[in-house]
Design a protein around this ligand. Structure first.
Ligand code: NAD
Length: 489
């Protein structure tokens, strides 16, 4: 069946436990698998946000008042529902984003893991109490902030929202989710499942839209904190605007991840890892291998990477990229590098998948002899493209890695523990892989990059997220009058 025949009902905002009929402008939603229109999404503005924040504000005192051990009972049920509806959710993600069904399922598995982490928060956030003077106790505890917002990108329609949803809710906040207007289908299902899990109305809300609603979120006086995940360009705008309005903000941006390969690397393990890292989710991952720095004579490994890459077939084990513009942008990077003297070893331009001729496919592409000055070496391509830069030494490779404006991930492939350790220490990135091409830290370890890959303190998941989504209340307590024994009393 063609994707176009599986028309999805128009997407609605989800406010105070209800899907609300849209009053304003709508834009088309396309499936990148075949370029057909599958739905329409509202482009919401200030009025919708006012309604949403007011509902969330009303829900907040009741939700925050429930002890965390009880709040997470909702998430235990939600976790079961994510498992139960995994197939349906995965299919929505596949249709809206274009990734393969296996990649979509992996997103749900990761969302389940994030929900499990949130369920464990009562064990993690217990406060502290100490007798600070004779008969005087000081107690500290974590208190939710109020209404908060999470703005998310197109590349992980469910996983990235789950970096925030379960943690924010477990900690007692009420939230507004603003999904990417390119992939708005699965957030509606998330809302339904949270309601079915027993989440009170108004605690979780979804407002759709693009620039206007994001700006309204940054400006709204009722929103205490904003998390953002997307491109560096927009991360900077959001960070400046939200903090300019005196809100907490954590804004994760784009990436350019370098993988350094030394001649002693295990050829099979390295090749399969790098091919998977560059092509998974059609290269549309902020953790994707984008630039490989080949140190010394490693043609035997480059050959193996090419062999692996040739077995990645568009429409079978390689999904589409998100849009026509994305396909054109990726192909432009390849052509420009070629014109500047780089050698295209595998060419994914002009890829078409039979039966899905309108789809936005780019085949895996490997380009050798890229120099560090070329745009393809410096900028985020966000497609299944690996640029190989040749270097004579590990230090030269590290200089190239350190020269990037980004700093999400970096990896080294070698059999030498000493060199791996040296590279890990010297790399300027928040997440380091040793013989691993996609070094995503799994829960409870936190996710977050450095440099222009992240603005704001702390990370978006793990224990670090608890700092972001709560404030600490310190209470100093004295009950017995005779305890007045020193200056503090
Ligand atoms: P994007 O920046 O275009 O959009 C992200 C969000 O911002 C969307 O919800 C969108 O509606 C909104 N937006 C877009 N333009 C805006 C503007 N001018 N003003 C205000 N809001 C605006 O990003 P994308 O294309 O959806 O996602 C891909 C990017 O996200 C890549 O750069 C990728 O590296 C990055 N990303 C980063 C991480 C990370 O952890 N660092 C994770 C996933 C994706």
């Amino acid at each position: 069946m063609k994707i176009a025949e599986q028309k999805y009902p128009d997407i609605k905002n989800y406010i105070n436990g209800e899907f609300i009929d849209n009053a304003g402008d709508m834009i088309d939603v396309m499936s990148p698998l075949d370029g057909e229109i599958i739905s329409q999404v509202p482009i919401s503005g200030n009025d919708t946000l006012d309604l949403t924040v007011s509902a969330a504000k009303s829900a907040f005192p009741g939700w925050a008042d429930i002890p965390i051990k009880e709040r997470v009972q909702v998430l235990f049920k939600y976790r079961v529902l994510l498992e139960k509806f995994k197939d349906e959710l995965s299919e929505l993600i596949r249709i809206e984003n274009g990734k393969t069904i296996g990649e979509a399922e992996a997103e749900i598995n990761k969302s389940i893991e994030l929900t499990e982490f949130a369920c464990s928060l009562p064990q993690i956030i217990a406060g502290e109490i100490m007798e600070v003077s004779k008969g005087v106790d000081c107690r500290s505890e974590r208190i939710p902030l109020g209404v908060v917002a999470s703005i998310t990108p197109f590349n992980f329609p469910t996983m990235v929202p789950h970096w925030t949803i379960p943690i924010v809710l477990a900690l007692g906040n009420c939230m507004v989710l603003k999904p990417s207007e390119l992939v708005p289908l699965s957030s509606g299902k998330t809302a339904k499942l949270l309601k079915e899990s027993g989440l009170p109305d108004g605690v979780f809300n979804v407002v759709n839209g693009s620039r206007e609603i994001v700006e309204a979120i940054c400006d709204h006086p009722g929103i205490k904190a904003v998390s953002f995940v997307g491109s560096t360009k927009v991360a900077k705008i959001v960070y400046k605007r939200a903090t300019g309005n005196l809100k907490r903000c954590l804004a994760l941006g784009g990436a350019k991840n370098h993988l350094i390969v030394l001649p002693d690397a295990n050829p099979e393990m390295t090749a399969s890892n790098i091919a998977a890292s560059m092509s998974g989710c059609a290269g549309q991952r902020c953790m994707a291998a984008s630039a490989m720095i080949a140190v010394g004579e490693i043609d035997h490994i480059v050959d193996k990477i090419c062999e692996e890459a040739r077995s990645i077939i568009p429409g079978i084990n390689l999904g589409s990229v998100i849009s026509k513009e994305a396909k054109e942008r990726i192909e432009r990077y390849i052509t420009e590098a070629e014109q500047q003297g780089a050698k295209v070893l595998i060419d994914g331009r002009n890829t078409m998948v039979e039966g899905f001729e309108g789809g936005y496919y780019v085949g895996t592409t490997i380009i050798d002899n890229v120099t560090p000055e070329m745009a393809i070496a410096r900028e985020e391509v966000f497609g299944p493209v690996l640029a190989i830069i040749r270097a004579n030494s590990l230090d030269e490779a590290l200089d190239i890695e350190n020269g990037s404006n980004y700093g999400n991930a970096a990896a080294i492939f070698t059999q030498s523990g000493g060199l791996a350790r040296y590279a890990a220490e010297k790399s300027s990135a928040g997440m380091i892989g040793i013989n691993i091409g996609v070094p995503v830290p799994r829960e409870p370890f936190s996710f977050g990059g450095w440099n222009e890959s992240k603005f704001g303190a702390g990370d978006i998941t793990g224990k670090s997220s608890v700092e972001f989504w709560t404030q600490i209340k310190k209470t100093t307590i004295k009950w017995n009058p005779e305890a007045k024994t020193n200056w503090m009393s």
